[in-house]
Each structure stands twice: as C-alpha cells, then as structure tokens.
Design a protein around this ligand. Structure first.
Ligand code: CP
Ligand code: NVA
Length: 311
C-alpha cells in the first residue's frame, strides 16, 4: 500500500523510514522508464511551484530539480540567496512563512544545516535538502538507487568512501548505507571523522538492517573485497582557503587504478564535480567501471520521485 508522504520534509536519510526509501525508488523507477520510452511530461505536479534557494553554486542539483519540476508539470523558481531579502537580514523564520504562502515546496542548498531545520520548522510546506555542510541526502538517495540498478540488492555489498570523512557526502553515505543494509567503510585521515550525531543515528539504523559502519585509515586494507569505491572533493564548498593543506593531508587517499585493482572488481562512484588529479585520477573516472554519469542522471529520476511524493 502507498505510504502518504505529502508534506514531509526530506532533510536527512535518517528521517525517512526504509518503506519511504523503497517507495521513492519505486516511483523513481516508474518515472525513469516513462522518460526512456518517450513520455517526457507526467503532470503529477500541475499547478505546483517549488522555490529553489541556493547559497552555494550548483550544476546537477539546480538543473535536475528544475527539469524535474518542468517534466512533472510544475513550476520551479531559482532564488539565489543573495537576491533574497535574506541577504539584507530578513530572518529565516519570516522567509519560510512568506514562501509558504506562495509555493508548495522549498528546496534549499545552504551552509548551516540548521537553516534547513528552521525553514521546515517555521514554514508550512515541505523542505528538501539540496545539500548542507552536514548532509546531501538527495545525492545519496540517487547513489543508492544507482547501486541497486547495478547490483540488484544491497545485502552483503560493501561501499568504501575514500577521502574527507568529515564532509556532507561521508555523513549521508553512512546514513544511507545503514538505512538500506549495506556495509560502509569511511577511509579517511585520522582527524577527519564523520559527525558524531550522524554516526549515532546511523548505528541505530545499522542495528536494524545488519549493516556494518566502520572507519579505517588504511586505503589498501579498506578496499579489500569491496563492491563500490566512492570519492568526493577534498575541499568542499566553503573550504577553499584550506585547499592546499587538505590536498597534502588527503593525498594517500587518492583513488587510483591500483587501488581499484586491489578492490577485486569494485565500481567507482563520485557525486561530482570531481577534481581530477586530486581525489581521483582521469584513468579511474573515465574507466568502464566508473558509473559517475549514471549517478548524475539518476538525480533527476529520484528527485522527481521525492517531489511527486512530498509536494
Ligand atoms: N553532486 C552535486 O550536488 O552537484 P552540484 O553541486 O553540481 O549540484
Ligand atoms: N562535499 C561536496 C559535495 C558537492 C556535491 C561539497 O560540499 O562541496
């Protein structure tokens, strides 16, 4: 039976039940198939409007949400936070209340995760996290959908995330793997650990699904018998000033053809944008085992499902 998700905010994967995640994947699969056979518009969201607030740049998130709304018969509005009165001191609470009088949903990309929490708290329409410093749930929902397309199931599979273990991608991958029951290793320098609260929430889910969630500091050991090697930039948006120092610290975690070979047949994934020559080299991103562009495409299908279900 369909689960009613109308009005639900999607700020983290931990907040979704496994049944809700499965439902998102089911709807995404249907919408993807429809698009493949040429049905470009399915007006599930006719008459509905999505406000898309961006405090940071974006290629994939902006385009995929914009196109998702168009193909579902709705209307997206791009709002750079610099152009809103937020930039001149209007509060998040007042902004959320005003937007809720106009639009049916808000998607936001922000620095502080708390801003998303406040948008959802003070507004009366669902809020979707388009990336915060803490989490990037839409990316990881699309990643999990892609992994299942490739492998058929999550059970007994192992994902190794290499690099910055303290960033939004590491945090959301931990949440996502724990939720669906896939083993996850965060392979990272000693000081770059995932968020404590995220880790504790993920352990709760992992207990239910049987997933193991671990930290390693040894790339060769971590990737043994893995199915997915995942990478992300070493300096996330907002950390540009630390770039040189972070590259130095994280270089031992670069994904190379040799590391892929040690894994014994893993596929390579990356949320993109990739900084080729830093966290991963060209030969890996462009190899047949790399599915980075399938992931990018699936952002569209999975976010369409999220919007269709919550708006
Ligand atoms: N992966 C991702 O969120 O890409 P953008 O920053 O281009 O949106
Ligand atoms: N960790 C990266 C993800 C980009 C999609 C960042 O926040 O910049």
């Amino acid at each position: 039976m369909a689960i009613n998700m109308k009005g639900k905010s999607v700020l983290s994967i931990h907040d979704l039940t496994i049944e809700e995640v499965e439902q998102i994947f089911d709807v995404a699969r249907t919408l993807k198939l429809e698009r493949i056979v040429g049905k470009l518009v399915n007006p599930i969201l006719a008459g509905k409007t999505l406000a898309m607030i961006f405090e940071k740049p974006s290629t994939r998130t902006r385009l995929s949400f914009d196109i998702a709304m168009h193909e579902l018969g709705g209307h997206p509005i791009y709002l750079s936070s610099n152009d809103l009165q937020l930039a001149r001191g209007e509060s998040i609470a007042d902004t959320a209340k005003v937007l809720s009088r106009y639009v049916h949903g808000i998607m936001a990309r922000v620095f502080q995760h708390q801003k998303l929490v406040d948008l959802a708290r003070y507004g009366s329409v669902p809020v979707v996290n388009g990336l915060s410093d803490l989490l990037h749930p839409c990316q990881v929902l699309a990643d999990l959908f892609t992994i299942r397309e490739k492998f058929g199931s999550f059970c007994g599979r192992k994902l190794v995330y290499m690099g910055d273990g303290a960033n939004n991608m590491a945090n959301s991958l931990i949440e996502g793997c724990a939720k669906v029951g896939m083993d996850c290793v965060i392979c990272t320098p000693k000081g770059d650990l995932p968020d404590k609260g995220v880790w504790e929430n993920a352990l709760q889910d992992a207990e239910l699904t049987g997933a193991t969630i671990e930290v390693s500091h040894d790339p060769i050991e971590a990737v043994q018998n893995s199915d997915v090697i995942y990478s992300d930039v070493w300096a996330s948006m907002g950390q540009e000033a630390e770039h040189a120092e972070r590259v130095k610290r994280m270089m031992p975690y670069q994904v190379t053809p040799k590391l892929m070979e040690v894994s014994g047949g893993a596929i390579f994934m990356h949320c993109l944008p990739a900084h080729r020559g830093e966290e991963v080299v060209d030969e890996v991103v462009d190899a047949p085992y790399s599915i980075v562009f399938d992931e990018a495409e699936n952002r569209l299908h999975v976010q369409k499902a999220v919007l269709a279900l919550v708006l």
